[in-house]
Write a protein that binds this ligand. Structure first.
Ligand SMILES: NC(=O)c1ccc[n+]([C@@H]2O[C@H](COP(=O)([O-])OP(=O)(O)OC[C@H]3O[C@@H](n4cnc5c(N)ncnc54)[C@H](OP(=O)(O)O)[C@@H]3O)[C@@H](O)[C@H]2O)c1
Length: 273
């Protein structure tokens, strides 16, 4: 798996697996863990989760998927903004560690900005890092002004909504992240499957004998400094998503995709889910 360097010098895989929506229904947990295991078998060892997903249920699914193979995985989890105070974040992290069945989280993110001062959260993250409970920390849903405020504080990544249909970050946030060597993790890379029927995307896919989802992922991975984390429970989707890594888009593909999904022409506020 190709990797990117984070400011800490550690590396992060460019393609991983999301878990939003997992762990909500006990009857589906086994199938969800199987999907994550299949993805890991295929090399997608980065698993993105959060204490919010299924109110801890998704972290439990991740634990089931990682049984006996924790050391192969790169775990990303996120703290709720209301748990992101200097002390509260220590307790929230301990709860996530217990649900994940591990001694450390590879990358721990502030899920979005809330009312706790950022400096306090970052101090809490630093303490967790010193204690070895997390290896790196970062943020999510931070626009360029938030990133400027956090600059120099050891933020390893920024996870934001980015896909062909949501290209606003290309105006200023993505260039800022590149300039500062901070990988941008693209969430909802498939727009939750909502853009897969766009004719311009389907035409490029047909040219490659690939699916529209694969082209959407390949397009993100073509962008410098970007990590993509599609979520898939269907085994066929998991396999497809992994194979997207091997698709090389041509200049014609890129220009056809620009025509179907125009890049931004001015600054817009960051989109969020
Ligand atoms: N930081 C944040 O605020 C934030 C917000 C949203 C998401 N995220 C993270 O980003 C991850 C991904 O985003 P997402 O879950 O919102 O949406 P997504 O990955 O864009 O789309 C997931 C949907 O696409 C389907 N799918 C997956 N692979 C496919 C394929 N090859 N062909 C057709 N359909 C396919 C999935 O179906 P099946 O599951 O049935 O296979 C699921 O319905 C999340 O799971 C979460 O970890 C973070």
């Amino acid at each position: 798996m190709r990797t990117l360097a984070m400011p800490s010098g550690r590396s992060i895989p460019v393609l991983g697996q999301g878990t939003w929506g997992m762990g909500e229904d006990p009857g589906r947990k086994r199938q969800e863990a199987d999907a994550l295991r299949l993805g890991m078998d295929l090399g997608m060892t980065l698993i993105d989760t959060a204490e919010m997903y299924g109110e801890g249920g998704a972290e439990e699914v991740v634990a089931a998927a990682l049984a006996g193979r924790r050391e192969q995985a790169f775990i990303v989890s996120k703290v709720y903004p209301h748990n992101a105070g200097r002390r509260a974040v220590q307790a929230a992290c301990e709860r996530s560690l217990a649900r994940l069945g591990t001694g450390h989280i590879d990358l721990y993110l502030l899920h979005w900005r809330g009312s706790v001062p950022l400096a306090e959260t970052l101090e809490g993250f630093e303490a967790l890092k010193k204690a070895g409970k997390i290896l790196d920390y970062g943020v999510s849903n931070f626009d360029v002004d938030d990133m400027r405020e956090a600059a120099g504080a050891g933020v390893a990544v920024n996870q934001v909504l980015y896909n062909l249909a949501r290209r606003g970050v290309e105006w200023d946030l993505l260039p800022w992240c590149r300039e500062h060597g901070v990988p941008l993790m693209a969430y909802s890379p498939l727009e939750q499957a909502g853009m897969l029927g766009v004719p311009g995307l389907m035409a490029v896919a047909a040219r490659h004998g690939a699916s529209p989802a694969q082209i959407a992922i390949a397009w993100l991975l073509h962008q410098e400094g970007v990590v993509a984390i599609p979520k898939a429970v269907a085994p066929a989707h998991v396999r497809e998503n992994r194979a997207a890594l091997d698709i090389v888009l041509t200049a014609q593909d890129l220009s056809d995709l620009d025509a179907a999904f125009p890049p931004p022409r001015r600054a817009t506020p960051l989109d969020m889910r």
